[in-house]
Design a protein around this ligand. Structure first.
Ligand code: HEC
Ligand code: HEC
Ligand code: HEC
Length: 443
């Protein structure tokens, strides 16, 4: 018993010491990963380009708000986290940040006074940004962004998540080395890996989270890397593995999706809409090619297609059975397919193939067959709008059906599309639809 008490006492002392260390040892800022001369100047326009590829604006601008003035809510499992004002206003923004302060926010997730940022700011990924790009970003924010003298809403999570010093412990466990490590002696693949892992922060949404909510898998060698995550209740599909889009699609289809939000199979919806509209559509052709080549490479594919091909889910018997049923227009068919014929067929067609670059495929579509059906239900209830991009300026929209269809009807319809053609996903219940209807009505 005495030893037991001794052990408990020793642990308590250790705990207090650890806590003391966490709270009182000053936070150290990561040093630059490369030494550039103090008068280094990023090429003209590079800062804005890097900002776009890193998509800073999407998170740091409220709906209809002033650019970079913050106030966009980011839902986390612990409550709502508000993005901050990052305009160069000295009072409300980052006007007083030195270059080192700025790098520390990107690399270490700390403010100049040592306050820890929630990892809703993707510093897990931005840690890999090169010093050239950090300098270009800093220059852009200090000189090219209009200061906005407005306070962004304060983040106010409940206890214990409002104890920001606790994030320090998380940082110790979750953060890898700063800087991008070259894994390929191929400039295109290396550039692709850099863009995906650092600026693009694709893993922030597309990688699963481990027990402490850190991104799983650091490089393409880890099977969990980019193997699919959940964001705002939606599934961000896997980009790594035999069933992922980069493994199944042609290089052209992947490039079309990333730069215009649409291709012959799919169309962007949900959080990815902003990624395409604000960020990826602005990538140069070389950078787009680098991202596509890298995503194909990690899936064992050559950088470009040998021959143009279409290779997703068509031609199976199951696909034909659904097509035949719908084409028969038999009035006695079950409710699910009947609702599809009445509401969806005009654009997505009896074969569920839609029209190339206009109406996405329903057959073999990863949003439709995702483990979590929240995204599909959301799209049926609330519709979706494709971003207008330079290459494809038209804004195409999928209408909303929430006002027209009951929870039961949406459940029947969603179950049908999840199991029609070659799709094999679990059914949807009316209770799930009611839940999504209620949650999305508050937006
Ligand atoms: C996925 C959303 C997201 C993206 C993308 C993002 N940020 Fe943030 N950022 C946040 C959130 C949320 C906070 C506030 C976190 C907190 O309160 O702990 C934040 C905080 C910051 C801070 C600290 C600001 C302050 O007022 O103390 C800076 C600086 C910053 N971000 C810069 C950037 C830059 C530069 C980029 C682009 C390279 C960027 N952010 C991209 C979400 C994002
Ligand atoms: C803010 C979260 C977020 C970020 C960051 C993000 N994505 Fe996505 N992505 C999603 C979601 C959600 C979807 C599903 C959209 C849909 O089904 O319409 C998606 C879909 C995709 C798809 C289509 C997959 C399929 O099977 O249909 C590709 C390809 C893709 N993303 C690539 C990327 C790349 C490359 C990056 C980084 C440059 C990236 N994404 C960054 C959330 C994100
Ligand atoms: C007027 C034409 C039209 C009708 C009718 C229509 N859709 Fe769509 N649908 C679209 C367009 C355009 C998009 C692409 C919009 C986007 O993803 O932002 C789309 C997107 C989708 C997506 C998302 C696909 C992806 O890859 O992210 C799903 C799922 C979908 N529709 C299902 C349905 C269902 C189910 C119905 C019937 C209730 C239906 N649609 C009716 C035009 C239509």
């Amino acid at each position: 018993m005495k030893t037991f008490i001794k052990i408990v006492a020793a642990l308590a002392v250790l705990g207090v010491v650890a806590l003391g260390l966490i709270i009182f040892v000053p936070v150290s800022k990561t040093a630059p990963v490369a030494l550039l001369s103090t008068d280094y100047q990023a090429p003209e326009g590079h800062g804005k380009y890097v900002m776009r590829l890193a998509d800073c604006k999407a998170c740091h601008t409220a709906k209809d708000g002033k650019p970079f003035a913050g106030g966009r809510p980011i839902e986390s499992p612990f409550g709502t986290i508000w993005s901050t004002n990052i305009t160069p206003d000295p009072e409300n923004g980052i006007g007083n940040y030195s270059l080192d302060d700025f790098r520390a926010a990107l690399y270490d997730g700390v403010e100049p006074d040592g306050t820890h940022l929630y990892p809703a700011m993707p510093y897990e990924n931005y840690r890999k940004i090169s010093e050239e790009d950090v300098r270009a970003l800093y220059d852009f924010f200090m000189h090219d962004v209009t200061p906005v003298a407005e306070k962004a809403p304060e983040t106010d999570l409940s206890f214990p998540f409002n104890q920001r010093w606790g994030i320090r412990l998380w940082d110790w466990l979750a953060l890898g080395d700063a800087g991008h490590k070259s894994l390929y002696d191929d400039a295109v693949l290396d550039r692709g890996a850099y863009l995906v892992d650092s600026l693009g922060h694709c893993a922030a949404c597309h990688s699963p989270r481990n027990a402490i909510f850190a991104q799983e898998g650091n490089t393409a060698k880890d099977s969990t890397y980019l193997s699919g995550g959940v964001i705002g209740g939606w599934s961000a599909p896997s980009l790594h593995g035999a069933n992922s889009a980069p493994a199944k699609w042609t290089a052209k289809d992947l490039a079309d999706y990333l730069s215009t939000g649409r291709n012959s199979h799919s169309a962007v919806a949900g959080e990815m809409t902003q990624v395409v509209g604000e960020s990826l559509q602005h990538a140069t052709d070389e950078d787009l090619h680098a991202i596509v080549s890298y995503l194909r490479h990690i899936n064992g594919k050559p950088k470009t297609d040998a021959v143009a091909q279409k290779d997703v889910g068509d031609g199976t018997n199951a696909a034909n059975a659904t097509t035949t049923l719908l084409a028969s227009a038999d009035p006695s068919m079950p409710l699910g397919p009947r609702l599809y014929l009445d509401n969806c067929n005009a654009c997505h067609f009896v074969n569920g193939k839609g029209a190339d670059g206009v109406f996405p495929e329903i057959d073999g579509n990863s949003l439709v067959t995702a483990d979590t059906s929240a995204g599909l239900i959301d799209v049926i209830l609330n519709g979706a709008v494709l971003p207008s991009t330079e290459k494809r300026p038209a804004r195409l929209a999928m209408p909303d059906f929430g006002h027209r269809l009951s929870d039961e009807e949406v459940a029947e319809l969603a179950t049908f599309v999840r199991q029609g053609w070659s799709n094999k996903a679990t059914p949807v219940t009316a209770a799930e639809v009611a839940d999504i209807r209620q949650k999305t009505a508050q937006k």
